[in-house]
Design a protein around this ligand. Structure first.
Ligand code: ADP
Ligand code: MG
Length: 267
């Protein structure tokens, strides 16, 4: 029986790291599905113009589909853009369409350009236990909008060369958002991804991250696994594509840890 504790208050996360390919989208999608399969109500907001989270969750994202772009422009309410993922009941997704590619520039001249997502999320009155925002691989206005809108940041770190490169910049940006836009923001969670147990390097990176960040690093690490990388091609999370796989099991464990530990301060 799959159960995870329901949070007392809605928990809103951004999944962020300005490096591409570190597992942000994979983590957003699979943690989201895992929480939803445990009976929790989850909304994934796809804030990356590439729309990979939308694709992996099997929701419509062709041009003209009501999307996060229209929400940011204030043209529709978030509720009007929410689709239900075929992957799990209780799993909603606000998709990203190709329109979002221009948003980074269009936002610059808009009023309240940093807090438009925050306003939108505050307006969501549907019940959700978790809202997860999948960030693009940059520190531009879209990511700033995500940081201003959430309470917690989840940083996936790939167990590879240069894993820590750029983290300082990310943390400094988070610090600026804390100072100017969102005092409540904390980096609550770090998840080690694409861990390859056969390499010494993966262990070195994992140890370095644990020494540096302490217990905000989840005990669970996500192994590098072909199943995880295949699943999006079928419009599925690995949780439904191959529920018994190591990738699926470890995302389930990571989701359970997140649900059980609640929020924590950055060490
Ligand atoms: P990001 O969103 O940070 O750019 P993605 O989640 O899209 O990163 O992952 C980058 C690529 O690595 C994708 O092709 C994805 O399928 C693959 N990938 C992610 N996690 C794993 C894993 N644990 N094992 C194998 N491949 C993975
Ligand atoms: Mg991504």
């Amino acid at each position: 029986e799959l159960t995870m504790p329901r949070p007392r208050h809605r928990r809103v996360f951004s999944v962020a790291n300005q490096k591409g390919g570190v597992g942000k989208t994979t983590t957003t999608v699979n943690i989201g599905v895992a929480l939803a399969l445990a009976g929790l109500h989850v909304l994934v907001i796809d804030l990356d113009p590439q729309g990979n989270a939308s694709t992996a969750l099997g929701v419509e994202r062709k041009s003209g589909t009501p999307s996060v772009y229209d929400v940011l422009l204030g043209e529709i309410t978030p509720a009007e853009a929410i689709q239900t993922s075929p992957d799990a009941p209780r799993l909603g997704c606000i998709p990203a369409t190709i329109d979002l590619a221009g948003a980074e520039i269009e936002l610059v001249s808009m009023p309240e350009r940093e807090t438009r997502l925050k306003k939108a999320i505050e307006a969501i009155d549907t019940y959700y236990d978790y809202i997860l925002v999948d960030c693009p691989p940059s520190l531009g206005l879209l990511t700033v909008n995500a940081m201003a809108a959430v309470d917690e940041v989840l940083i996936p770190i790939q167990c590879e060369y240069y894993a820590l490169e750029g983290l300082g910049q990310l943390l400094r940006n988070i610090g600026m958002v804390q100072e100017h836009l969102n005092r409540e923001l904390i980096v609550s969670t770090i998840l080690l991804t694409m861990y390859d147990g056969r390499t010494k390097l993966a262990d070195q990176v994992a140890n370095e991250v644990r020494n540096h960040f302490g217990d905000i690093v989840l005990r669970t690490t996500i192994p590098r696994s072909v199943k995880v990388s295949e699943a999006p091609g079928f419009g599925q999370s690995v949780m439904t594509y191959d529920p018994g796989s190591r990738g699926a099991m470890s995302y389930l464990d990571a989701a359970r840890e997140i649900a059980e530990r609640g929020t924590r301060e950055l060490a």
